[in-house]
Design a protein around this ligand. Sequence first.
Ligand code: NAP
Length: 276
Amino acid sequence: MSSVPVAVVTGSNKGIGLAIVRALCKQFPGDVYLTSRDPQRGQAAVAQLQQEGLRPLFHQLDVDDLQSIRALRDFLKEKYGGLNVLVNNAGIAFKVHDTTPFAVQAEVTLKTNFFGTRNVCTELLPLMKPYGRVVNVSSMVSSSALGGCSQELQQKFRSDTITEDELVQLMTKFVEDTKKGVHEKEGWPNTAYGVSKIGVTVLSRIQARLLNEQRKGEHILLNACCPGWVRTDMAGPKATKSPDEGAETPVYLALLPSNADAPHGQFVSNKTVKPW
Ligand code: NAP
């Protein structure tokens, strides 16, 4: 078994994820795994970074596929005996003018952004080694979408005692409410992406709390963040940051030094903790 530290970035064949792998290859003292649901796109991205003189490793990972997540989990357990850095970056967004019915957009978006991210956490968080760092890439849109929720929902999403099961029930209810055409009446904002990212931010707050309660002595730090508005296939060419600039906050959180005890359980943007 290798004692080399190991970092994994989900959805890293392009965009911000690829830029996070590039930065970690330069700064993280260990093996860095570029992962992709499609091995060909993943290997092409590895080749691109190799051209830049970097040495990322590759593993397949589709966050929508529990078998794929578990295969990565078993690989990490066997080869490294755990994991030091996990960046949950994989995500999707329908374009603003996409005509796909809203209920379908809700189901598909929540599936990857919330349920996929949660499944990766369920399988990989138990592997995190002491002083491990977990970064869940959310979005400022989670804050604006929270503001668009009913007072009752806002209270639930800001609660310091909400459980993961309760959050899963709420995310499931959103999808069901869109199918019944009652989501606005039920207090939800009209954004599937926004609700999925509320899920990611609240999940991060819950997971950080559980680490405090159950694994305090292990000094693991877990945060959600916004990368900013970044020029990728998702956000388009008019966005203000390059992918490398978008990687800065996630990489800062992934490399928090071993003597740091904060931030933890926070929503971070431009390397600054934001109110939730
Ligand atoms: P992007 O260029 O579209 O890249 C998204 C990445 O996620 C791709 O590698 C994609 O793989 C992967 N992915 C999608 N579904 C997946 C799945 N089921 N399993 C594994 N990988 C999957 O988008 P981006 O702008 O870099 O976004 C990265 C993250 O930042 C997302 O979580 C996004 O919500 C967040 N974010 C972006 C912005 C922005 O302005 N760009 C702002 C705030 C937050 P494929 O190539 O196979 O599709």
